[in-house]
Design a protein. Structure first.
Length: 289
């Protein structure tokens, strides 16, 4: 089984601000803007909070509630009206999808989605970033693959999935692919669990944070089993030994600047399974009804 660390949401080029950690600790993942989508930010919600209001406040009106959003990965059952049978899904294309294909990512593998986050506060009724808070990379959710659908065969997609942005394109991108989740999560040596195959975390925890405290977001602090061994590096795109440093019982990683999909093979790093399973103890929004 492989774990794929997949970077998503607002960043320095798309949106240009972090997704917020609300004053009560809830994490609101903001999808990137998209000129080809027909879903507006004001159409989206998180725990009854309208994303149109959030993007307007945090971007000082640069992103409007009526601007359209690339809702992908789509993990939160409550953010849109759903057709019967809906499950979380995720699309990828181009070079990033080519990398996933080269790494033989397939059914049973798990995407671990992460993105930019920063603590926020209310100031005179407006949501603003905390004056002393820092931008961090944090894990926002996961998706275990049950089915992979090349978009050129979009007639193979279930009818409830046709709204998805990768299935709405008039001309599919190169390697355009949609991944649909399993109903329940299945892990090696554990079997089928009571956890959903995909979910989005509701509240921030320091253990969802990848960035080392008080460092630039690209500097990650990871468990000691992440240390490179026998010529293997835990994450693809990170084979430069200068990026890895042992620090007491942790591993410090300087991540690459613009990567999207970093693949970890659990047959080489089996400790990753228990590490991921431990993340499931945090508060998340379940799609299974």
């Amino acid at each position: 089984m492989k774990l794929i660390f997949s970077r998503k949401g607002f960043d320095s080029s798309l949106g240009k601000v972090p997704s917020p950690i609300l004053p009560d600790g809830r994490m609101v993942h903001i999808p990137i803007p998209s000129s080809t989508s027909n879903i507006m930010y004001k159409d989206l919600s998180f725990d009854e909070i309208n994303l149109g209001d959030i993007v307007y406040d945090l971007t000082d009106g640069r992103v409007l509630p009526t601007d359209t959003a690339h809702v992908d990965p789509d993990l939160n059952i409550g953010c849109l009206e759903r057709k019967p049978g809906w499950r979380p899904l995720f699309g990828q294309a181009g070079a990033a999808q080519g990398h996933l294909m080269n790494q033989n990512v397939t059914s049973g593998d798990i995407f671990i989605f992460f993105g930019w986050f920063q603590e926020s506060e209310l100031l005179d009724g407006k949501l603003v970033y905390g004056r002393k808070s820092k931008v961090v990379h944090a894990i926002l959710g996961w998706l275990q693959i049950e089915k992979t659908i090349p978009v050129k065969y979009s007639n193979a997609a279930p009818t409830w999935a046709t709204y998805h942005p990768h299935l709405q394109r008039a001309i599919p991108f190169k390697n355009d692919t949609v991944y649909i989740t399993t109903e329940r999560l299945t892990l090696p040596h554990i079997g089928t669990t009571t956890y959903p195959g995909a979910a989005i975390f509701r509240r921030f925890s320091n253990r969802l944070q990848l960035t080392k405290d008080q460092y630039n977001r690209s500097i990650w602090e990871l468990p000691d089993w992440f240390v490179p061994k026998n010529g293997h590096y835990p994450l693809t795109y990170h084979s430069n030994p200068d990026r890895w440093k042992r620090e007491k019982d942790k591993v410090i990683l300087t991540t690459v600047g613009r990567g999207q999909e970093f693949v970890l093979d659990t047959t080489i790093y089996p400790e990753a399974i228990a590490w991921f399973y431990d993340l499931l103890q945090f508060d998340f929004i379940e799609f299974v009804t």
